[in-house]
Design a protein around this ligand. Structure first.
Ligand code: HEC
Ligand code: HEC
Length: 155
């Protein structure tokens, strides 16, 4: 047992050294984003399976614990969750216990709810400003652009 774990540590080390030598940062980033996408797709297909037949019902009649999202068909929750994940550069588990998505045990889920409320307030303010386009709006991507921490300068 002990031998096995030492062996696996050595293998992991060797692997990380070789992947460090072979992989350009661009390749590493691509691999990371591919594996994030695979992970998201796994949960999204489970979710599609789960709401089969109820896609057009009101979202809050299909899911258990919605406090800020409402007023659209259940199937659109899938698009929202995908957009949030891509927008922040994470997979579902950043905010969720992926065994039961209705639980609130992760702090990030609470933060995301507060971000929705903040975004609504910004959009409301925008709608009162003179001289903007017909429908000035922001969303998660406006600030996050694929990262957890919004940038403060142009890269
Ligand atoms: C940035 C955080 C965040 C990410 C990432 C995220 N979610 Fe969510 N999710 C939330 C929040 C917040 C709610 C609750 C919204 C509300 O209160 O109206 C929610 C609600 C849900 C619900 C409804 C659960 C219920 O029954 O109440 C499901 C299902 C869900 N998400 C699936 C997913 C899947 C699948 C992914 C990955 C593709 C994902 N989420 C990624 C924050 C996130
Ligand atoms: C007006 C800009 C802005 C918008 C719009 C915005 N956020 Fe944020 N978000 C921030 C800032 C700033 C932070 C804090 C980053 C830090 O910790 O310094 C943050 C942090 C977060 C975090 C915690 C990140 C972490 O470290 O895990 C989550 C989750 C999050 N936002 C989700 C969302 C979601 C979901 C949306 C869209 C519904 C959204 N945000 C829209 C600016 C924004």
């Amino acid at each position: 047992m002990k031998f096995l774990s030492i062996l696996s540590i050595l293998t992991a080390l060797a692997f990380s050294v070789t992947s460090f030598m072979n992989g350009s940062p661009e390749k590493t980033r691509q691999a990371l984003s591919d594996s994030l996408e695979m992970d998201r797709e796994k949960y999204i297909s489970l979710l599609k399976e789960r709401i089969k037949g109820n896609e057009k019902k009101p979202v809050d009649s299909v899911f258990q614990n919605l406090q800020v999202l409402s007023g659209f068909p259940a199937e659109n929750l899938i698009f929202a969750m995908k957009a949030w994940s891509i927008g922040l550069g994470v997979s579902c588990s950043h905010c969720h216990n992926t065994i039961d998505f209705s639980l609130d045990e992760k702090n990030k889920k609470r933060i995301a709810r507060e971000m929705v409320v903040m975004g609504n307030a910004i959009n409301e303010k925008l709608s009162t400003m003179d001289g903007l386009s017909k429908r000035p709006v922001i969303n998660c991507i406006t600030c996050h652009r694929g990262e957890l921490k919004p940038a403060l300068r142009i890269k």
